[in-house]
Design a binder for this molecule. Sequence first.
Ligand code: ADP
Ligand code: MG
Length: 621
Amino acid sequence: MSKREFQTEVSQLLQLIIHSLYSHPEIFLRELISNSSDALDKLRHLTLVDESYKSLPFDPRIDLELNEESKTLTISDTGIGMSEEDLVSHLGTIARSGTKNFLSQLSGDARKDSNLIGQFGVGFYSAFMVADKVEVVSRKAGEDKAYRWTSDGKTGFDIEPAERAVAGTTILLHFNEEGAQYANSWRLKEIVKKYSNHIAFPIFLTYDKSEWNETEKKSIKTRTTEQVNAASALWRRPKSELTDDDYKELYKSITGDWEDPLFWFHTKAEGSLEYTTLFFIPSKAPLDLYQAEYKVGVKLYVKRVFIMDDAKELLPQYLRFVRGIIDSEDLPLNVSREILQQNKVLTSIRTASVKKILSELKNVAANQPEQYLKFISEYNRPLKEGLYGDFANRETLLDLVRFKSTKVDGLTSLADVKARMKGEQKSIYYITGGSESLLRTSPLLEIYKKKDLEVLILDDEFDEIVFSGIEKYGDIDLKSVNKTSTSEDLKDDAEPDKAESLKPLLDKLKATLGDRVKDVRASVRLADSPSVIVSDEEEPSIKMQQMMRAMGQKDIPALKPTLEINPDHEIVKKLLARSDDAVTDDAAWLLFDQALLMEGVPLQDPASFVHRLNRILNLSI
Ligand code: ADP
Ligand code: MG
């Protein structure tokens, strides 16, 4: 027998599971059954695609055997099994690097989130919530040696040779005090029905059944084996036969989520291609939504047979929060990952699925606005990613995303903004480049406020990247108020003679600010502020350039901003009237620096700014 220690992360994880996740210890059974089901899926797949496995016997089943007296339960499967190496690496270390990173990030309340279990592949260890000793006997398919892995879930585990008649895995739990309640056949049946009813393989329970015996006038126990789950591919049944509870239960059993899904879309396609899709939207965004190593949520089946659950090509990346099943009649059972990538059948299913999901979301938005709001509060961001990448569905996505705005509290749709447009209004406007509060107080909005034009507040970091590539919503232009070109909606205010009379001052400012600015011009977009920074149509905003540098892009050329001056502002008028001196020089710089500050751009030389400000203050006090 050889003694081994758990990898440090495993010990941490065990602590976490045993101490923080105690509220639902019954999920241990769901986790172990789902591992068995995965193992059966894997072996079935091999027997279909791999010559050397085709001749092996395969009788897929999961067996639970209960011994009430000794308070033990075994969970056995005839699945793929584990070799000695597998036992060490799968049950002694955390295989997925994402789990490691994830653990280190977690703190406080997040630790109590039971979604962790399963979602991050820590399922097996949940056995230690209910058992003080766990034995795993496993034999890998195609090999004749079996091994026993034993652990008390504290420091480490033992491995020794063992016997097992056929390939598969048997897990023996010695229930602890907490687990003793599960040494009860009635309770076990209830838990299987609750979480694992739609596992595709039969689950049998063997236990001592008490029955009244008329002749002996007492109840007698007989060892009995019963199938306890429905084992049906529920998604293949007609919608009319399914209840909401059926869907919710299936969702929970395939995702390990505790909460009901927000909604689901069940589609059966019959025509040139035959397939069934069942998609669920989780009520909370998956925890790994913004991690590069996110776990795929859609499983691929072919003719009810599980094929794979990690194919990123099933749906576009921005829909990675969708959970569910794609079951095709037309793909070959031995479809490989390489084939999937360029498979026409899959491409068509994927295209249709995306359309379906988006159009169903549109229905929800129209018919169940409150539900839609819940959806948007979790998934607005991934939808915006779609705007960036999915050109084919851009129109629909533009209708699905929601925006903050100067006109309404909460969120609004472009359709509503369009409906609110004033008769002669030509474009829809938005502002980017900072936090919500910075944007809402930006001088750039002054003229829009004055003219009562709505402006969308795009305060998400990547909004500028996403929306600078989108020129139209239907036939209406989408315009950034940060850009230099002025729109027709503002034009009538630009009085050419005003700009003309301002020219001496503009020249003076240009001379003073030198190569810090690209240009200085008269503005038509200001009401209360004397000056503002604007960007060129084709250039990223100053804030954006800052962000790109912060993200490590060193080779961003330092683009010079354009300064706009408000011809109607008192300060500007006075400056225009005043002849050149130290005060006008200070004022020029202050107009520039304050415009930068309002953009949220830190000053290059704060000391000079303060000196100038104090000189001017001194004059006025
Ligand atoms: P996950 O199922 O998310 O991978 P688990 O902690 O539940 O994480 O299981 C860890 C690994 O142990 C599995 O990925 C699998 O390789 C292996 N394993 C667990 N149970 C079984 C089983 N019954 N048969 C074969 N392998 C198993
Ligand atoms: Mg698992």
